[in-house]
Design a protein around this ligand. Structure first.
Ligand code: DAK
Length: 250
């Protein structure tokens, strides 16, 4: 299997392992990743998901260039669809997803990280969308998500030039939230922290942040609805009673 899932209580760590190709994604690996994420998205015992790459060198060095070099347009559309489906699972599953970027996160690798809710980078990480240098463009959501995360100007500069950024620059432009080594420890620590919060409130926060700015009315409505939950009552009461809240997810 090219994608391993390890469970540590309510946290699942998903590791992409195709080290001889710097964890580049071929059909088998990407399908495997999509299937594991599907399972985790509906597993109520899992409250946070961490995504990382195996080995010292790479998170994911991109979509497999050798595979793509022979693709006909129809097959390329299917390949794009598989990547999109995988990204959407990370982006929309009702639990937080965290990318632990332990090395190269290029092309499709950077796009997978962008689909996660939170990104942390190792000091040796290198990120970018170098597709332009192959005569193609980001095909798994990068044009949209990079612009949303870093702003349209930064996204255009990185996508047009295809240059990669190191961890320091990634932090400065908001592409990652922190630099940490070992980066997986930092991601798992945050995942456990999030797993202890109200799953209901977290899922709603994720859904609302994912919406466009035109969704302010929805935020107001859903915020009101959340007050009928036991978790909201518990969290607010626990503060007043100076004790830690016990969230039940309802
Ligand atoms: N694909 C396939 N193999 C890769 C790979 C990749 N993306 N990246 C690395 N490898 C392989 C290398 O070929 C080499 O294999 P062997 O030659 O040993 O068999 C092995 O991994 C080790 O790589 P290097 O020897 O090159 O290692 P170095 O440390 O010297 O260099 C590097 C590391 C990351 C700088 C270099 O490997 C590199 O530049 N890799 C390519 C990075 C890249 O360009 N990534 C973006 C790929 S494009 C779309 C759908 C999807 C996409 C676009 C459109 N549509 C449907 C529209 C996505 C596109 C991409 O992701």
């Amino acid at each position: 299997m090219s994608v391993e899932v390890a469970r540590d209580r309510a946290v699942a760590v998903v590791t992409i392992d195709r080290q001889d190709a710097l964890n580049a994604l071929n059909v088998e690996t990407l399908t495997d990743l999509r299937d594991r994420l599907r399972e985790l998205s509906i597993d109520n015992g899992v409250r946070a998901v961490v995504l990382t790459g195996a080995g010292e060198k790479a998170f994911v060095a991109g979509a497999d260039i050798k595979y793509m070099s022979g693709l006909e347009p129809d097959a390329a559309k299917g390949w794009g669809g598989l990547g999109h489906e995988t990204g959407r699972l990370l982006e929309t599953m009702a639990k937080p997803t965290i990318a632990a970027i332990n090395g190269f996160a290029l092309g499709g690798g950077c796009e997978l990280a962008l689909a996660c809710d939170i990104r942390y980078a190792s000091r040796r990480a290198k990120l970018g969308q170098p597709e332009i240098n192959l005569g193609i463009v980001p095909g798994w959501g990068g044009t949209q998500r990079l612009a949303r995360v870093c702003g349209i100007g930064v996204a255009k500069e990185l996508i047009f030039t295809g240059r990669t950024v190191d961890a320091e620059e990634a932090l400065r432009i908001g592409l990652v939230s922190a630099i940490a080594d070992p980066v997986l420890d930092k991601a798992v620590e945050t995942a456990h922290e999030l797993a202890g919060k109200s799953s209901l409130a977290l899922a709603l926060a994720k859904r609302l942040v994912n919406m466009s700015p035109g969704a302010l009315d929805t935020e107001a409505d859903e915020f009101g609805e959340l007050f009928s939950s036991a978790d909201a009552q518990e969290g607010l009461t626990a503060f007043a009673e100076k004790r830690a809240p016990k969230f039940l997810g309802r």
